[in-house]
Design a protein around this ligand. Structure first.
Ligand SMILES: [Zn+2]
Length: 358
């Protein structure tokens, strides 16, 4: 079985690397760019394993999974492989991880590791995840390595967007672009271990912008249940905005203890509401049409709301105002507003607008 069979939705990126390997023209520096949670790090690891596999030739870009190169790699003990990422709680990659501590500057760290002779694999390979979190000193160290790449060394930088990587670094790396995952791939990946049922996988695949990581976050049981509760509350003509805000905030605090985490969870909550209201607007616009009725059958919660509301200009306008209000609240939360106050104000406005609908 190919080492690539576990990777889904990134055929173009894999082909680009395979072609380079087949021609014997692998670069010293690669920049993997694409949305979070689509498989960049996984591809980087499979690529490295393929380079270390002792049974498969390098030009095949594949690995057996069993040899004296693959086994230590899979166990995380391969002496010629390093990964650096931003430690949890830090905002940038510490320079020590790249060039060593003050006492041992230049004698340890990723750059030193790449510069020494391979011990077992014939190559030295390093991955820098979160490459957009390199500070100036880190970027300079990496730039030096890329400008004078050690023989047989390959450095793979992984970042979410191209713009966040310094142009000087970008220009010295071969760019490999990664795409958002399609619904089919997401559903397969999410349902693979049986922990997510297919209906939930299908629903979340429409919400997660093609990111497996985001899909998994959204499927947090408390958050996913909160989504259902919000949909059901929004169908009620009268609900208390501040009571709902308190209930939501308490669940958000239960999921994430830190304010930064709560901010992120609240964005998911807003995303749920916006998505739901947009589906309802879509449903109302299609009421009576063949295509619309099929979509509505697929989502009974939306269909129930659509049946309740009449498709008239005021209702559509009112729903659009609600969507705008939630998007506005999302921006406030993003800009460091007080989370509870922001949520209360938003839900109070939604409650008033909802009462006007029908
Ligand atoms: Zn192998």
């Amino acid at each position: 079985m190919s080492v690539w069979s576990e990777v889904r939705g990134q055929t173009i990126a894999i082909e680009q690397l395979s072609r380079a390997a087949a021609r014997g023209r692998l670069a010293h520096g690669y920049l993997f760019v694409g949305p979070e949670g689509v498989g960049k790090r996984l591809v980087a690891q499979k690529f490295a394993q393929s380079m270390f596999c002792l049974k498969r030739a390098h030009h095949e870009l594949d690995a057996c999974g069993e040899c004296g190169g693959c086994r230590p790699f899979l166990a995380g003990t391969h002496p010629d492989f390093q990964v650096v990422e931003c430690p949890e709680g830090k905002r940038e990659i510490p320079i020590e991880l790249l060039v060593g501590s003050k006492e041992n500057r230049g004698q340890e760290g990723l750059c030193h590791g790449l510069s020494i002779k391979p011990l077992a694999g014939g190559r030295k390979i390093a991955i820098i995840d979160d490459a957009h979190l390199l500070n100036d000193a880190g970027a300079n160290a990496i730039l030096k390595t890329l400008e004078e790449p050690p023989d047989r060394a390959i450095l793979i930088l992984v970042a979410a967007t191209l713009e966040t990587v310094l142009p000087t670094i970008r220009s010295r790396c071969h760019l490999v672009r990664f795409q958002p995952l399609g619904s089919t791939d997401l559903i397969t990946l999410l349902s693979a271990d049986g922990s997510v049922d297919e209906a939930a996988a299908r629903e979340v695949s429409l919400l997660c912008d093609g990111s497996l990581a985001l899909a998994r976050q959204l499927l947090d049981p408390v958050l996913w249940e909160l989504r259902r509760e919000l949909q059901s509350t929004l169908r009620e003509r009268r609900f208390q905005g501040h009571t709902l805000a308190k209930a939501v905030m308490s669940k958000v605090e239960g999921i994430a203890a830190e304010t930064s985490g709560q901010r992120e969870i609240l964005q998911h909550v807003f995303k749920f509401i916006v998505d739901y209201l947009r589906q309802v607007i879509g449903g109302l616009c299609h009421t009576g049409r063949e295509t619309g009725s099929k979509e509505l059958q697929a989502n009974p919660d939306v269909a129930a709301f659509v049946r309740m509301l009449g498709a008239n200009a005021e209702t559509l306008e009112g729903l659009a105002v609600m969507v705008d209000r939630v998007i506005e609240a999302g921006m406030h939360v993003h800009q460091n507003a007080n989370l509870s106050l922001c949520l209360e104000a938003c839900f109070d406005d939604l409650s008033r607008k909802r009462a006007e609908l029908i």
